[in-house]
Design a binder for this molecule. Sequence first.
Ligand code: F6R
Length: 590
Amino acid sequence: MCGIFGYSGKRQDGGKIVVEGLKNLEYRGYDSWGVACTTKAGITIRKDIGKISTVSSDDFSETCCLALAHTRWATHGGVTPANAHPHLSRDGTVAVVHNGIIENYAELKETLKTKGYTFVSQTDTEVIPYMIEEEMKSGKSFPDAFRNACLQFHGRYAILALHQASGMLIAARTGSPLIVGVGKDGYYIASDIPAFMEHTRTVQYLDDGEIVETDGKKITFRDIATGEERQKREIQITWTVEQAQKGDFAHFMLKEIMDQKESIARAANQDEEEIMTIAQAIRNAKGTFLVGCGTAHKACMAAEYFFSVVSGHHVNVCSAGEFKLYHHFLVPESLLIVVSQSGETADVLEAMNVAKSKGAKVLAIVNVEGSSVARAADYTLRINAGPERAVASTKAMTGQMSVMLLIAYALKNALHDGKTLLLETGALINDMLNPRYVERIATIAGNIKRHEHLYIIGKSWHYPMALESAIKIQEVSYMHAEGFAGSELKHGPIALIEPGTPCIALLGNDEVTSDMLNNATELKARGALLIGIAPKRHEIFDEWLKTPDAGAAQPIVTIIPIQILAYELAVQRGKDPDMPRNLAKSVTVK
Ligand code: F6R
């Protein structure tokens, strides 16, 4: 959460660079923005509430070789210009942006107040420039003062600061991501790669507990605790600039839904030896646990059925934020599988720490290469979805399910069958995503968009898809949507159904189809407007959205029309599907 981006180097258009780059990080937070540019006259700060996408980089045309910028997702203090970052030191020579939380900020603030500092914001961030200034007052250089200040902060954070007199840009990481882009004309430091991808695809990753310092000509990595230098490898990233752009699509969410024509095949393209090693690790494990958050958690729930139906293997699934409670069951032979698109989700990282503290091994299924989760895991599989920029996860989720389905087939010693199934599924999705199908869903969205409530039911592996449907619809359209297991209706939720209430039934072509039809009929009998998402039409459906018959990959095809419906409901209700209110991609706070 919060996007951080800084530049130091030969180029004189630092302000423009950071503003343009920040626009590519807006998915990390978008309630306010701010930019600091150093010029001969000093540091200029411009900040405001609202989205950076509405700001023109032409307004930042002053000569500037050292700049930083921030897009905020508020944690401490409301959404006001005063709370927007950057924050300046009292003497105006140090500007700071920050992601994460300084947990002991209240205590530090009290001490600073006794030294005469007055605070103009309600943020925890404002203590940072004052602490650095205080350290510099005692004669320390900017890098030493920065490091000393960091030693006094508690919490998980990423901090980026610039100092006008020394011309230095310095960053520290403890728990929130920071990546250095190594360019021909200087260095870029950002919380995520898309910020600088158009300038360079050579990166160096900061690890937790590290600082990076640059004057634009050279770069030095250090250990925060000891100050000792650390050597870093340069890594070439594989994502392309085009993949990270919207192209002709109206929104990233729609582009990413359409990307699923190809992304399933990319997810299936895994190293066979690696998958077989992982299958063996699952076989050998004394207890396999599968965790993720939000949509990734629903992918894990679907995978529980894949492992059970395809390979007869039991796994324990829980939300990553709840995993701590499982620590009694962990032994060194346990295996934790974590699923995360961003690879930066705080609850997922904490689940990994819980498992590691018990000596258990961790397999990470991630999208973002080089992410914290990927680098901390014992084994990593990438879903190869390409950048996912919309806050709502679409192609990453189907990629996650695809990789887990493949593992289930590997466990059954039938990896090639799994690959073939996924390639066929990709082709089926390619057929589904045609303009007529999208148009049909848009019409259904138009018919239900004014309703207050929407209920979705599913059974077996469609139960997690019902829960995922609710997340997708809620988060982008703000319509109240809830998912239930079909069999649960009579245990309470059916009381919500009134004549005309829109309800969606998710069906496949499997052994639970007739039970699900009974549940759907119970809704229909209470007057529900029934939308069936199913391979076959049934007479009880008021509307039918056909899905192909995809065998064990059925949940992957079932969620596609729901993603389009959520998108259409958002657009038709006048909401921005790419930047839903109160949300941000990459949830780096617990
Ligand atoms: C919803 C959504 C979230 C994420 C969740 C985990 O559409 O995207 O629920 O799935 O925040 O994020 P990752 O996968 O990055 O760990």
